[in-house]
Design a protein around this ligand. Structure first.
Ligand code: 13P
Ligand code: ZN
Length: 285
């Protein structure tokens, strides 16, 4: 089968378009990666070419050796992915050591995979170890999540709890919470290591003053997670535009009521008792 006719590329580029339509991808902002299934590789391999030079990834991901990934191109615009995938994204395979990649399809006018490739692959490596079915990693620049990184403490517990309180759906969708990474230089191994550390236990990482990363088993789940966090962040931005304190909110015991009916276990570290009604209060313990 031709790559361009595959459901995989349709689903991948639809997600890029959906993110653009939400306003999360100004210019070339954001990137998307997908770890291919063996049967997807087998079905599309006839359309691949194995002539391109091997390139350094810039980090080591030995557990992903010889695997194939769909990734957006560096400097490419999400708004162009659906109309011209062959010019704007690529399929890469990793070498037997997990330190080099080769483009086997796409980026027909030249170029390289996203500058965040080290972070994507380091995330995909820890996620595969956590759950073999997690194969999508998504990075975007959602305005409300970013705005909160200027006014909330950059603390996983506080950030998660404040977002949780903005929608009952939040702890149901991401009961393990959000990890917050302080400003670090993007595009390298260090920020990749920090993000992968978050992804060892959580599905969502915030890069302060930059954007967010979400992961999932498919495009719907991953997009839905980003959408849920950004929507809750939007509500919080509205609340904080009115006041620095809440008159009403969801209590820790009310959150605990969700566990059984929804078959989840909300991490108790986020259900601390508040001493005040101030938004962004740091717990004492
Ligand atoms: P790329 O164009 O290299 O994917 O970079 C976009 C981005 O959002 C960097 O964090
Ligand atoms: Zn970015």
């Amino acid at each position: 089968m031709k790559v361009l006719d595959s459901e995989l590329i349709k689903g991948f580029t639809r997600m890029c378009q959906d993110g653009f339509d939400q306003g999360w991808h100004e210019r070339n902002g954001g990137n998307l990666s997908y770890r291919m299934k063996d049967e997807e590789v087998a079905g599309l391999k006839d359309d691949f070419s194995f002539d391109a030079e091997w390139q350094e990834i810039g980090t080591e991901v030995p557990e992903l050796h010889d695997l194939y990934f769909v990734v957006t191109g560096s400097g490419r615009y999400m708004r162009n992915m659906q109309t011209d995938p062959a010019s704007n994204l690529c399929i890469i395979r990793l070498d037997s050591t997990g330190t080099k990649y080769q483009i086997v399809w796409g980026l027909v006018n030249g170029g390289r995979p996203t500058s965040e490739l080290p972070t994507h692959l380091m995330n995909l490596q820890v996620l595969k170890r956590r759950d073999e079915d997690i194969r999508v990693v998504y990075h975007c620049h959602p305005a409300n999540v970013i705005a909160l990184t200027y006014v909330l403490p950059l603390n996983d517990r506080v950030f998660t709890r404040e977002i949780f309180e903005m929608a009952t759906e939040c702890p149901v969708v991401f009961p393990k919470g959000i990890g917050v990474i302080p400003w670090l230089l993007c595009g390298g191994k260090l920020i990749g290591e920090a993000t992968a550390k978050v992804m060892e236990t959580k599905d969502f990482a915030v890069w302060a003053h930059h954007g967010a990363f979400a992961c999932g088993t498919d495009f719907d789940i991953t997009f839905g997670l980003m959408h849920t966090v950004e929507k809750a962040a939007e509500v919080l931005v509205k609340v904080m535009s009115i006041t620095d304190r809440k008159l009403n909110t969801i209590t820790p015991d009310q959150f605990r009521e969700l566990n059984k009916p929804f078959g989840i276990e909300i991490d108790e570290q986020f259900l601390y008792e508040r001493k005040t009604d101030l938004i962004g209060e740091i717990p004492e313990d």
